[in-house]
Design a protein around this ligand. Structure first.
Ligand SMILES: NC(=O)c1ccc[n+]([C@@H]2O[C@H](COP(=O)([O-])OP(=O)(O)OC[C@H]3O[C@@H](n4cnc5c(N)ncnc54)[C@H](O)[C@@H]3O)[C@@H](O)[C@H]2O)c1
Length: 268
């Protein structure tokens, strides 16, 4: 596999960094192109990849592509890339939010297989959560490629495209919910007299610890919650206050609102 990155920004760089660290690919197999020369220079310096001077140059060197421009830039890229890939078997993996598989397939020649993904920001620190959907022309080995690539920066799950808006509402938008919860817990600690820096560290580590326990024990979060809520104790008093103030309902509504917005924004 020779991997070409179209758009050497945050997500393109994070993915290649992960793939290199996981030894999925070697630096000699990675090529990058960006319309901003400084972006591709930076990308090549940090990853060791080779720079391409145009999309055509990238298409000549690679058989697998990560499309990581902003969604509104995708249409122009596909048009140009399609010409360069005519007749050449290739796989294109898009991370662009809201760009449907049908739009990607319609804009590219038959010989280009397509995968659409929805990663999230923690991919930048190797703790991402990504869902990916296969296009109609994709092969089982393409699914393996996507799973390996996104597993190198966190969790990777296969899902039907019809569920990608819900994924956007949950894991795509979820880091912001997590940041707010951590900030609010830190504020709460400060209100109870803790120094700000200590409160923030305690809040973030507590959320990280809770998430890790869910993943590592495989226990339902309700069971883990029951295990730490002793009769008449402090935790159940806190839980009662959370329920009274609707945290659970607020999160359900947040995911619903973000899913709806994702449906509205899905273009093409
Ligand atoms: N950053 C995230 O956490 C995140 C999460 C989920 C999805 N995404 C998706 O990833 C994509 C990239 O986001 P990002 O945050 O990395 O953006 P970014 O702005 O950091 O990177 C985009 C890069 O694309 C380049 N570019 C623009 N037009 C181009 C063209 N015609 N050819 C080649 N390069 C071109 C830009 O110069 C820029 O360097 C978006 O479509 C976004 O929806 C990002």
């Amino acid at each position: 596999m020779n991997l070409g990155v179209i758009g050497c920004g945050k997500m393109g760089s994070a993915l290649i960094g992960g793939a290199l660290r996981a030894k999925l690919i070697a630096t000699q197999q990675v090529w990058g192109f960006d319309t901003i020369a400084a972006a591709v220079d930076q990308f090549c310096q940090t990853t060791g990849a080779q720079a391409c001077s145009s999309l055509k140059d990238l298409a000549d060197h690679c058989d697998t592509f990560v499309l990581a421009t902003k969604p509104h830039q995708v249409r122009g890229v596909l048009k140009e890339l399609g010409h360069s890939l005519a007749g050449k078997p290739a796989l294109l993996i898009s991370v662009a939010a809201g760009i449907r598989l049908s739009a990607l397939e319609d804009a590219l020649p038959e010989n280009v297989r397509v995968i659409r993904t929805m990663p999230n920001t923690p991919a930048l620190v190797g703790k991402g959560a990504t869902a990916y959907s296969l296009g109609t022309r994709a092969l089982p080995t393409d699914a393996d490629t996507a799973a390996a690539l996104f597993s190198s920066v966190g969790l990777a799950l296969s899902t039907p495209e019809t569920l990608l808006d819900a994924v956007t509402g949950l894991s795509g938008s979820g880091p912001a919910y997590g940041f707010i919860i951590i900030e609010a817990l830190a504020d709460a600690g400060v209100r109870q007299g803790l120094p700000r820096a200590d409160a923030l560290q305690l809040a973030a580590q507590t959320m990280l610890g809770a998430a890790t326990m869910v993943q590592e024990t495989g226990l339902h979060p309700g069971v883990l919650k029951d295990m730490v809520a002793s009769p008449g104790g402090t935790t159940i008093a806190g839980i009662a206050a959370l329920e009274q103030n609707g945290l659970r309902h607020a999160l359900i509504e947040a995911v619903a609102a973000a899913t709806l917005r994702s449906q509205e924004l899905s273009t093409l």
